[in-house]
Design a protein around this ligand. Structure first.
Ligand code: NAD
Ligand code: MG
Length: 379
């Protein structure tokens, strides 16, 4: 192991993944030192975290009447934290497109990004890959499916792989009729059967937009064409994904549904360190493990997202932005659950072909798609 602890920044430290990451890091203070924390607006929790780990940098994106003078305030704090010299690993646990510039800045500065913020890769996969080449940084996934694939690959490249099979829990509406799903309430959609997560990703899991984001994420992380990435429903969330190799051998990574292992592994990859965060594996307790075909016709967001991934250019960014905007409107009670895929489809039809070749073009595509969705529902 390295002699001095590695500096870590947690972007989005007050969220579900951010607090999980802080808990994991507190068990490994011999290896890691938290140097930077950023949050959106939760001053109280951020204050507690600062008192606990005493970072050298604290950022707050949205501040009220009494900004703390010793904290960096405003949107720029994410990039500032991501580029710091005393930081070598950036845990990006921000939700949504807001995390993109920090990811780009971190990999350009040669850092490892432990990436939970999958929207970053969906929106700008080619730019993020180019920035990694430019600056020598790397992206290591925190998403459990992609962590599973990385672990199964154990250093093998895409040429050794026939197929990736991502598992999906199916979300709270896996067994619901299409009509019932269309009218689901916010409370029903937030009831995820196997994971406790932030509100946006919980809705994405219910629409299966999350799995579409993950297929695109896998495409950019592992360099496989969309023909070689499949999805299977696995309600128990114990098998975190499969890799089928060219010789027909299939590897899977299994474990209790907890984000602690994927967070820790993203920090230590390719090494493993002793940790007691995940309960011991008991195959009897976990059984039976079942698999089902995904209901593509009843959860149209998945098919729309994969089509946007294949279309490339700005289409994945438009898919992501339309989804983020529609989910926000649904959570505010202004549109129905069934309106989310409807909004995505309409936004892709109207704007999926716009330019997506630069950071600015992607920012424009993101704004246009959000505005389009708001106007669609007169919000
Ligand atoms: P969350 O809502 O609990 O936390 C989101 C964090 O982002 C908060 O700390 C908030 O302060 C910050 N944030 C929100 N808007 C921001 C903005 N405009 N600028 C800066 N910071 C902002 O969400 P979460 O469940 O922790 O998910 C975070 C990311 O991780 C998402 O991309 C999600 O898809 C991904 N992810 C989550 C899980 C999970 O189990 N929760 C699993 C896999 C991947
Ligand atoms: Mg996932």
């Amino acid at each position: 192991m390295s002699t001095s602890p590695q500096g870590v920044a947690i972007l989005g430290s007050t969220g579900s993944i951010g607090t999980t990451a802080l808990r994991v890091l507190q068990r490994h203070t011999d290896r890691f030192r938290v140097r930077a924390l950023t949050a959106f607006s939760n001053v109280a929790l951020l204050g507690e975290q600062v008192a606990l780990v005493r970072p050298s940098f604290v950022g707050l994106v949205r501040y009220g009447a009494e900004p703390r003078l010793e904290w960096a305030c405003g949107t720029g704090c994410l990039v500032e934290a991501a580029q710091r010299e005393d930081v070598s690993i950036v845990i990006n646990a921000v939700v949504g497109a807001a995390g993109l510039d920090a990811t780009l800045a971190a990999v350009r500065a040669g850092k490892r990004v432990a990436l939970a913020n999958k929207e970053t890769l969906v929106m700008a996969g080619p730019l993020v890959r180019a920035a990694c080449r430019e600056g020598g940084g790397e992206i290591i996934p925190v998403d459990s499916e992609h962590s599973a694939i990385l672990q199964c690959l154990s250093g093998r490249s895409a040429t050794d792989v026939r197929r990736l099979i991502l598992t999906a829990s199916g979300g709270p509406f896996r067994a619901w009729s299409r009509e019932r799903v269309a009218g689901a309430t916010v409370a029903e959609a937030l009831q995820h059967p196997t994971w406790h997560m932030g509100r946006k990703i919980s809705i994405d899991s219910a629409t299966l937009a999350n799995k579409a984001l993950e297929v695109i994420e896998a495409h950019f992380l592992f360099g496989l064409s969309y023909d070689r990435i499949e999805v299977v429903v696995h309600p128990q969330s114990v098998v975190h994904s499969f890799v089928e190799f060219v010789d027909g051998s299939v590897m899977a990574q299994l474990g209790f549904p907890s984000m602690e292992l994927p967070v820790l592994y993203a920090l230590t990859h390719p090494e493993r360190v002793a940790d007691m965060g995940v309960p011991p594996f008991d195959p009897i307790e976990m059984s039976p493990l079942t698999f089902e075909r995904v209901r593509l016709d009843d959860f149209p967001a998945l098919r729309l997202g994969i089509a946007a991934g294949r279309r490339a250019g700005a289409a994945p960014a438009v898919f992501n932005a339309a989804n983020e905007q529609a989910v926000a409107l649904f959570l505010e009670g202004r549109i129905a659950f069934g309106d989310i895929p409807r909004a995505i489809a309409a936004a892709l039809d109207a704007h999926g072909g716009v330019d997506g070749s630069t950071r600015d073009a992607l920012g424009d595509a993101d704004r246009v798609a959000r505005r389009f969705v708001k106007e669609l529902f007169r919000c």
